[in-house]
Design a protein around this ligand. Structure first.
Ligand code: FO1
Length: 309
């Protein structure tokens, strides 16, 4: 069975890695990426959408893969001038990256939606996969910590995710875009990327009507936890403080619950997943070829899953 329309929910660095493989395993018009915008914020007066940019740059083969964000071979001359003026330099914006934020800010101010702006930026980079922000309204992820409630980037980047996480909430009353709901209606497979469920996938599922629509579809998740550790980022600590659980692929499956029809985990982690079809394979993607291999494995595994009991 091959899938006619795949919707991929993505956020953060991990999600983008698998996406590069999916975009090669599928014809571009059969793949829609729905991207978390809970990380978005205003910085230097510019509208920054980190997860949208990481997805777009990855699909355009322009991403700095090692660093996980921004453009490969970018320079930081503007950042150096900001530093000389005593401006904020904790969030490092590259010179070419700035063009994305400048035009996104301008086009949003002209009244275009984030969906329209994203399509225009993708067109400029010849990205043919459909990239959809989860909402056209702001829905900033807030992190409740032992040092107060912090906006997401202030916690993750400025505070280096040191403050202990006590809760995650979303500011604003965002609704899913029509394009997102239509993509879910048309989908015959939904893949949850190997992203942090709390801050990259849950913000998408929390939008009114999204979880219900996803639950009606065939859903496969790829574990962001490998042999008890997060491949990248603060997830293991969050599982401890938010769910009092030792990080495992199984607790990611439990987090998503009945929504899942199958789970893809690192070879050797299968036993941690209970009551769900599970595939153990190579999920850690160092090189580009590995993301194509994993994408192919995910699609092949998804095709073996019968209708939900
Ligand atoms: N993450 C950092 O840890 N330090 C940075 O200076 C930084 C700058 C940055 C600039 C543009 C962009 O799109 C992303 C950037 N990120 C940076 C990553 C960003 O915080 C994360 O990618 C997501 O918000 C969480 O996945």
């Amino acid at each position: 069975m091959s899938f006619a329309r795949v919707v991929y929910l993505s956020g953060g660095v991990g999600g983008a890695r698998l996406l590069h493989g999916l975009a090669r395993a599928l014809d571009p018009e059969r793949l829609t990426v729905v991207v978390n915008t809970g990380d978005d914020f205003l910085h230097w007066g510019l509208s920054i959408s980190p997860d949208l940019d990481t997805v777009m740059y990855t699909l355009a083969d322009l991403a700095d893969v090692a660093r996980g964000w921004g453009l490969a071979d970018d320079s930081f001359a503007a950042l150096d001038m900001v530093r000389r003026y005593g401006g904020e330099t904790w969030f490092q914006l590259g010179d070419r990256d700035l063009a994305t934020h400048v035009l996104r800010t301008q086009w949003l101010r002209e009244g275009q939606t984030l969906t329209q702006v994203t399509a225009r930026l993708c067109q400029g980079l010849a990205v043919r996969v459909t990239v959809l922000p989860m909402s056209d309204a702001p829905s900033e992820t807030m992190i409740d910590t032992d040092q107060g409630t912090l906006p997401f980037q202030q916690w993750l980047v400025r505070a280096r995710a040191v403050p202990e996480v006590r809760g995650v909430s979303h500011r604003g009353d965002a609704t899913p875009t029509t394009a997102l709901l239509q993509a879910l209606e048309a989908a015959d497979l939904v893949v949850l990327g190997p992203s942090n469920p709390y801050v990259s996938i849950d913000p998408i599922l929390a939008l009114p009507g999204v979880r219900e629509r996803v639950e009606q579809k065939r859903v496969v998740a790829v574990s962001p936890i490998v042999h008890g550790r997060a491949v990248k980022g603060p997830l293991a600590g969050m599982l401890k403080t938010l769910a009092d659980k030792q990080a495992s692929a199984g607790c990611i499956a439990e987090h998503y619950g009945r929504m899942l029809d199958g789970m893809v985990v690192e070879r050797g982690d299968e036993a941690s997943v209970h009551g769900l079809p599970v595939l153990g394979t190579d999920t850690v993607m160092h090189a580009r070829e590995q993301s194509l291999h994993l994408a192919t494995e995910v699609l092949r595994f998804a095709a073996t899953l019968g209708p939900r009991p």
